[in-house]
Design a binder for this molecule. Sequence first.
Ligand code: NOJ
Length: 762
Amino acid sequence: MYDTRISRRAALLGAGAVAAWVSNPARAMLQAAAQLPVPAFVDGLVAKMTLAEKAGQLTLMPAAWSGGTATALNPATQGSSFDTQLDEVRQGSITGVFNGNGAEMARRMQTAAMTQSRLKIPLLFAADVIHGHRTIFPVPVGEAASFEPDLAERTARMASYEAAAAGIDWTFAPMVDIARDQRWGRTMEGAGEDVLLGNLIAEARVRGFQGKDLKANDAMLACAKHFAAYGAAEAGLDYSTVDVSERTLREVYLPPFKAALDAGVLSFMASFNEISGVPSTGNEWLMRKLLRDEWGFEGFVVSDYTGDMEMIDHGFAQDLREAAKLAFLAGVDMSMTSGFYRQHLPELVEAGEVPVARVDELVRKVLAMKARLGLFEDPFRRIDAKREKTRSRTKAATALSREAGRKSIVLLKNQGDLLPLPKSGKKIAIIGPFAAGQHDLNGPWVVYGDQANATDLASGVRAAVADKASVTVTPGSGVEEPLAGGIEAAVAAAQAADVVLLAIGESETMSGEAQSRAEIVMPAPQQALAEAVAATGKPIVVVLKNGRALALQGAVANAPAILVTWFLGTETGNAIADVLFGAYSPSARLPCSFPRSPGQQPYYYAHKQTGRPNPSDDKLEPYKAHYRGIPNKALYPFGHGLTYGVIEYTDLQAAPKLAWDGDLSVSVRVSNRGKRAAEEVVQLYIRDRVASVTRPVRELKAFRKLALAPGQSETVTFKLRRDLLLFIGRDDKPTVEPGTFDLWVAPSAEAEGVHTTFELVR
Ligand code: NOJ
């Protein structure tokens, strides 16, 4: 039914990950940054504007007429009514609104701007279209698990197709923050812990949202957020302090932003956090020196929500006026939500504290962007109530959601080949709070999708099996609260069945913004449910719902089969059923490591070795770098994921030397020795053994996803060049040093796969 072939483009992207390497800091220097031409009429327009109108162009507000979810997600600090907002439009004191209510709202506002405002500057409509608009795709971290940038591009494209038809010009996505501490709730919104994967997904999503032509009525301006290092919050606590070296910034947290910029992103969002004492919103080094001067970014930067105001609570700005001034002078071009720019900029200019030339420069940029989006030519190009309906939840979008869903599912474990399940002849008990019901399907950060349109697990399973009556559903527990009599009912259901699907994990309110968790474990009532069901001795398939990596313990960790299903969106139940019953052989890989214990956070595979590594995983030695009783390893590391095939890596071929200006061809034979078709993500890791700055124990440098029929073998070839071995040196600049490198081609970041070494020689 579905085309499971990997598109040629995806294969090339994977294979080309070496050649097209984007984590390379030197590449960052070479690429042309996203350009924003300023049409000639813009200067004439700026010359006609009052200071208040200029400040208005730099002011974005939450839509007063929004929807239920939008309002809940963005409680408007100004408490504006729609009529008041229309007045602001007429006065020219607003550049646009975000998270509004579709084409009809946009039409009314744009009509007011175009007919009743003095200068008739079109409004800009923004929204958080994070993983789909009305058709919902997997949460971004799940989609990243596909290791298919091409898929991320296609879902972003489809999201734009739907959302742009509802009047949306600008999405606050992609979030490209690297997440190395799984307590951080926003892990769900990014591509996980790895820089290379993060870069490739960032680029892909920018291309998808923006399309080939930003003027098209199915294209939206993308926004790389949150600049910068938002994911590096201390102890994984959202909004908390970030204190990282410039080297780590440049090596880990900044590359996905640069990759997004190289892919043409024309807006950035400042992050809420401080970096080493300076809030990003007031960080001139970050916003001007790095982003504009060094990277050549020509688009604009928006604050994150009330980020300017929050500098007061950071203890960085004295009062509202100073907050506005600091943000503006630092290089935050547009203020979201607080209204600070329109309140304070005119006065700051008149007092000589902000040069008017700077205001003009930013207004030019915002107007140039509106021109780039085609809004001066046709302010209504994305506003069409009819198109909004016809493009909403099309068959193609639903099919893509199912494809993305099944490609996001990671099979962690499959003892005794419990999976795939036969479609007939087995009584199936689906147990757990996520067994059935129109909840927790879309996942966090959905403004416009409706759970009622999504398929739950029970419906997906029933649609796949021969006899619907063979399936029972028992909740067994609430998500964080026990259910009276739940465990008894669940045990009875398990006893009456041949196999249990244990649908447990996190609700969608447990990850996302502000949803950091101190302990990334299964909530206690669900753990108790799992223990009780496991005690029946029935085979259990854990169907995990999660927005982050979890520390799996007890009966959950010991279940014979575990599927990580994240939040898959519209086609949740069907996508999971595709994998459960073998219509699709799981092909996703973990984009974030599942630790052995919650206390290991932050745990990521590319950690340093330390001066006291434990020599072997089998025996923990005293006075070595590990917690009591736990190896310093993941339970399931980054890159891990099984298929229904049996994959073997052999015949690694690589010359022992890489010449300074040469390349090194690395080839490996990958075979499917199993009886079922499989897709394998072949991963190439290196380790720089000795350098002037210590290097991680492994770094992903390339991967390739390939489809293998039963019995099929393929030789995968990667090309290594010197620039792949660059790192940020002691002077915080990219460098590369000759010496010995380990090289693995392996099925995960901590699997041995096949290994060799080579020398980089000058
Ligand atoms: C705050 C979030 O951090 C950001 O990602 C989002 O785009 C804005 N709110 C607007 O909703």
